[in-house]
Design a protein around this ligand. Structure first.
Ligand code: NDP
Length: 234
Protein backbone atom coordinates (compact mmCIF):
# COMPACT_ATOMS: atom_id res chain seq x y z
CA UNK A 1 0.00 0.00 0.00
CA UNK A 2 1.36 3.44 -0.91
CA UNK A 3 2.62 5.74 1.84
CA UNK A 4 1.85 9.49 1.94
CA UNK A 5 3.88 11.67 4.28
CA UNK A 6 2.32 15.10 4.74
CA UNK A 7 3.04 18.09 6.96
CA UNK A 8 0.14 19.96 8.54
CA UNK A 9 -2.40 17.18 8.07
CA UNK A 10 -4.49 18.20 11.06
CA UNK A 11 -6.36 21.19 9.65
CA UNK A 12 -7.42 22.93 6.44
CA UNK A 13 -5.88 21.79 3.15
CA UNK A 14 -3.70 19.17 4.87
CA UNK A 15 -6.63 17.56 6.61
CA UNK A 16 -8.59 17.40 3.33
CA UNK A 17 -5.56 15.61 1.78
CA UNK A 18 -5.31 13.17 4.67
CA UNK A 19 -8.99 12.24 4.29
CA UNK A 20 -8.82 11.94 0.51
CA UNK A 21 -5.65 9.82 0.40
CA UNK A 22 -6.83 7.60 3.29
CA UNK A 23 -10.13 7.04 1.47
CA UNK A 24 -8.08 5.76 -1.51
CA UNK A 25 -6.32 3.26 0.77
CA UNK A 26 -3.05 5.14 1.34
CA UNK A 27 -1.18 4.80 4.61
CA UNK A 28 -0.77 8.37 5.83
CA UNK A 29 1.79 9.91 8.19
CA UNK A 30 0.98 13.47 9.25
CA UNK A 31 3.56 15.74 10.89
CA UNK A 32 2.41 18.82 12.81
CA UNK A 33 3.36 20.77 15.94
CA UNK A 34 0.29 19.62 17.87
CA UNK A 35 0.42 16.06 16.52
CA UNK A 36 -3.32 15.90 17.18
CA UNK A 37 -6.38 15.92 14.98
CA UNK A 38 -9.99 16.43 16.06
CA UNK A 39 -10.95 13.43 13.92
CA UNK A 40 -9.67 9.85 13.98
CA UNK A 41 -9.15 8.59 10.43
CA UNK A 42 -8.27 4.94 9.79
CA UNK A 43 -4.81 4.35 8.35
CA UNK A 44 -3.44 7.70 9.57
CA UNK A 45 -0.65 8.19 12.13
CA UNK A 46 -0.05 11.63 13.61
CA UNK A 47 3.46 12.69 14.65
CA UNK A 48 4.30 15.68 16.77
CA UNK A 49 6.96 17.48 14.76
CA UNK A 50 7.93 21.05 13.99
CA UNK A 51 8.97 21.16 10.33
CA UNK A 52 11.35 24.03 11.12
CA UNK A 53 13.60 21.57 12.99
CA UNK A 54 15.61 19.21 10.75
CA UNK A 55 16.30 16.77 13.62
CA UNK A 56 12.61 16.46 14.55
CA UNK A 57 11.74 15.95 10.88
CA UNK A 58 14.45 13.29 10.48
CA UNK A 59 13.23 11.36 13.52
CA UNK A 60 9.55 11.57 12.52
CA UNK A 61 10.29 10.44 8.97
CA UNK A 62 12.39 7.49 10.25
CA UNK A 63 9.56 6.45 12.54
CA UNK A 64 6.98 6.80 9.75
CA UNK A 65 9.11 4.67 7.41
CA UNK A 66 9.45 2.00 10.11
CA UNK A 67 5.64 1.85 10.41
CA UNK A 68 4.48 2.21 6.81
CA UNK A 69 7.58 1.59 4.63
CA UNK A 70 9.31 3.97 2.24
CA UNK A 71 7.59 7.26 1.46
CA UNK A 72 5.98 7.19 -1.99
CA UNK A 73 4.45 10.68 -1.88
CA UNK A 74 5.56 13.71 0.12
CA UNK A 75 3.27 16.73 0.46
CA UNK A 76 4.98 19.69 2.12
CA UNK A 77 1.87 21.57 3.19
CA UNK A 78 2.46 23.12 6.64
CA UNK A 79 2.61 26.88 6.39
CA UNK A 80 2.04 30.06 8.33
CA UNK A 81 1.36 33.63 7.30
CA UNK A 82 2.14 36.93 8.94
CA UNK A 83 0.45 40.15 7.83
CA UNK A 84 1.60 43.71 8.22
CA UNK A 85 3.75 46.39 6.64
CA UNK A 86 7.08 45.03 5.45
CA UNK A 87 8.92 47.67 7.48
CA UNK A 88 7.23 46.47 10.69
CA UNK A 89 8.33 42.85 10.33
CA UNK A 90 10.84 41.64 12.89
CA UNK A 91 13.75 39.31 12.26
CA UNK A 92 11.87 36.70 14.29
CA UNK A 93 8.93 36.99 11.84
CA UNK A 94 11.35 36.47 8.97
CA UNK A 95 12.80 33.35 10.62
CA UNK A 96 9.37 31.91 11.51
CA UNK A 97 7.87 32.37 8.06
CA UNK A 98 10.92 31.37 6.01
CA UNK A 99 11.86 28.44 8.25
CA UNK A 100 8.29 27.06 8.24
CA UNK A 101 7.21 27.67 4.66
CA UNK A 102 10.50 27.14 2.84
CA UNK A 103 12.62 25.44 5.53
CA UNK A 104 9.84 22.88 6.08
CA UNK A 105 10.00 21.85 2.43
CA UNK A 106 13.82 21.77 2.57
CA UNK A 107 13.86 19.57 5.70
CA UNK A 108 11.14 17.20 4.53
CA UNK A 109 12.58 16.80 1.03
CA UNK A 110 16.04 16.09 2.45
CA UNK A 111 14.59 13.41 4.69
CA UNK A 112 12.73 11.54 1.93
CA UNK A 113 14.87 12.03 -1.19
CA UNK A 114 17.50 9.33 -0.39
CA UNK A 115 14.77 6.68 -0.04
CA UNK A 116 13.05 7.81 -3.23
CA UNK A 117 16.32 7.80 -5.16
CA UNK A 118 16.99 4.28 -3.91
CA UNK A 119 13.53 3.16 -5.09
CA UNK A 120 13.97 5.19 -8.30
CA UNK A 121 10.43 6.47 -7.86
CA UNK A 122 8.47 8.97 -5.82
CA UNK A 123 6.49 12.18 -5.97
CA UNK A 124 7.27 15.39 -4.10
CA UNK A 125 4.54 18.03 -3.91
CA UNK A 126 4.44 21.39 -2.15
CA UNK A 127 1.55 23.65 -1.28
CA UNK A 128 2.75 27.06 -2.38
CA UNK A 129 0.59 30.17 -2.90
CA UNK A 130 -0.36 32.46 -5.77
CA UNK A 131 1.24 35.28 -3.75
CA UNK A 132 4.60 33.61 -4.34
CA UNK A 133 4.08 34.31 -8.04
CA UNK A 134 2.69 37.85 -7.87
CA UNK A 135 3.74 39.24 -4.46
CA UNK A 136 1.17 40.54 -1.97
CA UNK A 137 1.04 43.91 -0.25
CA UNK A 138 1.30 43.47 3.54
CA UNK A 139 2.35 39.83 3.08
CA UNK A 140 5.84 40.39 1.72
CA UNK A 141 7.56 37.76 3.87
CA UNK A 142 4.88 35.17 3.13
CA UNK A 143 5.09 35.90 -0.61
CA UNK A 144 8.90 35.67 -0.56
CA UNK A 145 8.79 32.32 1.26
CA UNK A 146 6.42 30.90 -1.35
CA UNK A 147 8.54 32.32 -4.17
CA UNK A 148 11.42 30.32 -2.68
CA UNK A 149 9.21 27.21 -2.61
CA UNK A 150 8.42 27.63 -6.32
CA UNK A 151 12.09 27.97 -7.32
CA UNK A 152 13.10 25.02 -5.17
CA UNK A 153 10.38 22.82 -6.67
CA UNK A 154 11.51 23.65 -10.21
CA UNK A 155 15.15 22.96 -9.31
CA UNK A 156 14.33 19.65 -7.59
CA UNK A 157 12.32 18.58 -10.64
CA UNK A 158 15.40 19.07 -12.83
CA UNK A 159 17.74 17.36 -10.37
CA UNK A 160 15.50 14.40 -9.52
CA UNK A 161 13.79 13.73 -12.86
CA UNK A 162 16.58 11.35 -13.98
CA UNK A 163 16.00 9.36 -10.75
CA UNK A 164 12.35 8.77 -11.61
CA UNK A 165 11.01 11.35 -9.14
CA UNK A 166 8.41 13.94 -10.13
CA UNK A 167 8.23 17.27 -8.30
CA UNK A 168 5.38 19.81 -8.54
CA UNK A 169 3.58 22.46 -6.49
CA UNK A 170 0.03 23.66 -6.28
CA UNK A 171 -0.46 27.38 -5.95
CA UNK A 172 -3.80 28.01 -4.24
CA UNK A 173 -5.73 31.25 -4.37
CA UNK A 174 -7.95 32.13 -1.44
CA UNK A 175 -9.06 28.96 0.34
CA UNK A 176 -11.54 28.82 3.21
CA UNK A 177 -9.43 27.52 6.14
CA UNK A 178 -8.27 28.68 9.58
CA UNK A 179 -5.62 30.76 7.81
CA UNK A 180 -8.44 33.05 6.64
CA UNK A 181 -9.69 33.70 10.18
CA UNK A 182 -7.58 36.85 10.47
CA UNK A 183 -9.61 38.45 7.66
CA UNK A 184 -12.73 40.53 8.37
CA UNK A 185 -16.04 39.77 6.61
CA UNK A 186 -15.41 42.83 4.41
CA UNK A 187 -11.96 41.51 3.42
CA UNK A 188 -13.43 38.09 2.59
CA UNK A 189 -16.17 39.71 0.47
CA UNK A 190 -13.54 41.75 -1.36
CA UNK A 191 -11.45 38.63 -2.03
CA UNK A 192 -14.53 36.80 -3.37
CA UNK A 193 -15.30 39.75 -5.62
CA UNK A 194 -11.72 39.70 -6.96
CA UNK A 195 -12.00 35.97 -7.75
CA UNK A 196 -13.66 35.35 -11.15
CA UNK A 197 -15.30 32.20 -9.72
CA UNK A 198 -16.98 34.56 -7.20
CA UNK A 199 -16.19 32.55 -4.08
CA UNK A 200 -13.42 31.19 -1.90
CA UNK A 201 -11.96 27.80 -2.77
CA UNK A 202 -12.38 24.75 -0.56
CA UNK A 203 -9.58 22.64 0.96
CA UNK A 204 -11.06 19.64 -0.88
CA UNK A 205 -10.54 21.33 -4.27
CA UNK A 206 -6.83 21.75 -3.50
CA UNK A 207 -6.59 18.17 -2.20
CA UNK A 208 -8.11 16.77 -5.41
CA UNK A 209 -5.50 18.62 -7.48
CA UNK A 210 -2.70 17.21 -5.31
CA UNK A 211 -4.20 13.73 -5.63
CA UNK A 212 -4.20 14.06 -9.42
CA UNK A 213 -0.62 15.34 -9.47
CA UNK A 214 0.69 12.35 -7.54
CA UNK A 215 -1.25 9.86 -9.69
CA UNK A 216 -0.07 8.06 -12.81
CA UNK A 217 -2.47 10.31 -14.75
CA UNK A 218 0.09 13.09 -14.19
CA UNK A 219 3.07 10.93 -15.17
CA UNK A 220 4.49 13.51 -17.62
CA UNK A 221 3.97 16.54 -15.37
CA UNK A 222 6.99 17.73 -13.39
CA UNK A 223 8.50 21.06 -12.39
CA UNK A 224 5.13 22.83 -12.61
CA UNK A 225 3.36 25.29 -10.32
CA UNK A 226 -0.34 24.53 -10.80
CA UNK A 227 -2.81 27.32 -9.94
CA UNK A 228 -5.95 26.41 -7.96
CA UNK A 229 -7.35 29.90 -7.62
CA UNK A 230 -10.79 30.30 -9.24
CA UNK A 231 -9.17 32.53 -11.85
CA UNK A 232 -7.76 35.06 -9.35
CA UNK A 233 -4.40 34.89 -11.10
CA UNK A 234 -4.48 34.40 -14.85
P1 NDP B 1 -4.14 25.99 8.37
O1 NDP B 1 -3.70 27.13 9.23
O2 NDP B 1 -5.57 25.63 8.31
O3 NDP B 1 -3.30 24.67 8.74
C1 NDP B 1 -1.90 24.73 8.83
C2 NDP B 1 -1.38 23.36 9.17
O4 NDP B 1 0.06 23.43 9.24
C3 NDP B 1 -1.85 22.86 10.52
O5 NDP B 1 -2.08 21.46 10.48
C4 NDP B 1 -0.67 23.18 11.45
O6 NDP B 1 -0.69 22.29 12.54
C5 NDP B 1 0.51 22.93 10.50
N1 NDP B 1 1.74 23.66 10.85
C6 NDP B 1 1.93 25.00 10.93
N2 NDP B 1 3.19 25.28 11.29
C7 NDP B 1 3.83 24.09 11.43
C8 NDP B 1 5.15 23.70 11.79
N3 NDP B 1 6.09 24.61 12.08
N4 NDP B 1 5.45 22.39 11.83
C9 NDP B 1 4.52 21.44 11.56
N5 NDP B 1 3.25 21.74 11.21
C10 NDP B 1 2.91 23.05 11.16
O7 NDP B 1 -3.57 26.37 6.92
P2 NDP B 1 -4.11 26.06 5.44
O8 NDP B 1 -4.67 24.71 5.36
O9 NDP B 1 -4.88 27.22 4.99
O10 NDP B 1 -2.71 26.14 4.67
C11 NDP B 1 -2.00 24.99 4.25
C12 NDP B 1 -0.98 25.46 3.23
O11 NDP B 1 -1.66 26.11 2.15
C13 NDP B 1 0.03 26.47 3.77
O12 NDP B 1 1.31 26.20 3.25
C14 NDP B 1 -0.50 27.79 3.21
O13 NDP B 1 0.53 28.74 3.07
C15 NDP B 1 -1.06 27.34 1.88
N6 NDP B 1 -2.04 28.25 1.31
C16 NDP B 1 -3.21 28.53 1.97
C17 NDP B 1 -4.12 29.41 1.41
C18 NDP B 1 -5.41 29.77 2.06
O14 NDP B 1 -6.08 30.69 1.58
N7 NDP B 1 -5.84 29.11 3.12
C19 NDP B 1 -3.84 30.06 0.13
C20 NDP B 1 -2.60 29.70 -0.47
C21 NDP B 1 -1.74 28.82 0.10
P3 NDP B 1 -0.09 22.71 13.99
O15 NDP B 1 -0.61 24.08 14.28
O16 NDP B 1 -0.52 21.66 14.92
O17 NDP B 1 1.40 22.70 13.78
Amino acid sequence: MAHLLISGGTRGIGKACVKLFASHGYKVSSLSRSGRSDEIIEGVTYYQCDVKDPEEVGLAVKSAVRSFGAVDVLISNAGISVSGLAQDMKFTDYRDVMDTNFGGLFNLANAVIPGMVEQRSGVILAVSSMWGQTGASCEALYSASKGAVDSYIKSLAKELGPSGIRVNAVSPGVIDTDMMKCYSDEDRDALCAETPAGRLGTPEEVAETLYFLQSEKASFITGQIIGVNGGFLI
